[in-house]
Design a protein around this ligand. Structure first.
Ligand SMILES: [Zn+2]
Length: 297
């Protein structure tokens, strides 16, 4: 039997999975991200029995970034300039290729999540462009356009969109180390924790934090809708799963567009248009398995 490996490489933890599809995983393991050497050794050990038995057909990596994804670059698949200590200029792709000795695909965690949500969910398959937006500790956007994950000059960083910032309503300066009050600086889980001095999961539903948060997310989605004309948007990440938030975001997206785009999907059917991830919080790892399955197909 042919099995596919998925590696979700995060800044705080790595998740390894192996199986044929989301319903048929043989094994799954998570461990903290330590040094590159130790972490990559643990990945290798996880997959080794399947490499030896010849069952592992291909692997996918859904990685934190920034990543070099230029196919012609001598440092393809490297993590480039991360503030994460010890991980700058690490050849993640090359090391995994060498130790597993099977075809390997690599992409950003958000592009992999977008790919997985589209690949494994039949009703998403034909929807293109297809966006995955995550609002968790940070904010990221993955895009599948014309069937492929979007790359370009570098990779898209829509988490750093500039947004209108009403300083009277929200005097908080933002937390982005580069821009202060970009989208991530104003609306990430980290910014909520700093602004309100408690973790977002502890903020009650009646707290004004959530009205502000749904405003920022809805503004970002409106910009994304104008820029990419997506056929569906998946809104993932821990903060976005707060009860009632996605409903507020849908209402505000419609409201902020002021009827500019005439589509029944945006008007009457927005409940089918902006959806939580069908793969839950495993879109990244299962997306990596999808990339592996796609590579082996
Ligand atoms: Zn920023």
């Amino acid at each position: 039997m042919k099995l596919f490996g998925g590696i979700e490489a995060g800044g705080t933890k790595f998740v390894c999975m192996i199986g044929t599809d989301p319903e048929h995983l043989s094994k799954e393991e998570r461990f903290p991200t330590t040094t590159p050497r130790e972490t990559i050794r643990k990945v290798t050990e996880f997959f080794l029995p399947y490499v030896k038995s010849g069952e592992l057909a291909a692997a996918g990596i859904a990685s934190f970034g920034p990543l070099d994804l230029h196919p012609d670059s001598p440092t393809y698949g490297y993590i480039t300039t991360t503030p994460k200590e010890g991980w700058s200029q690490v050849n993640l792709y090359g090391e995994i290729c060498r130790s597993l000795n099977v075809p390997v695909a690599i992409d950003t965690d958000v592009n992999a999540a977008a790919f997985g949500e589209q690949y494994w969910i039949p009703e998403n398959r034909s929807l293109d462009p297809f966006l995955y937006v995550t609002v968790g500790t940070g904010i990221g956007v993955g895009a599948i356009i014309n069937g492929s994950p979007l790359h370009g000059l570098l990779h898209a960083e829509a988490g750093h969109f500039a947004l209108p910032h009403d300083w009277q309503r929200d005097p908080f300066p933002g937390v982005c180390p580069y821009h202060n009050d970009c989208l991530e600086g104003l609306a990430s889980g980290l910014s909520m924790a700093k602004r309100w001095e408690q973790k977002p999961e502890h903020l009650p539903a009646s707290h004004p934090a959530w009205d502000l948060e749904s405003d920022y997310i809805a503004l970002a989605l409106v910009n994304l809708i104008y820029a990419y004309s997506p056929q569906r948007i998946i809104l993932g990440g821990g903060v976005a799963q707060h009860p009632g938030l996605i409903q507020d975001v849908r209402c505000k997206v419609r409201q902020f567009m002021k009827g500019y785009l005439r589509s029944s999907m945006l008007m009457e059917r927005i409940d089918e248009y902006i959806l939580p991830p069908a793969l839950g919080n495993r879109s990244g790892g299962l997306g990596a398995i999808a990339m592996a399955a796609n590579l082996a197909a």
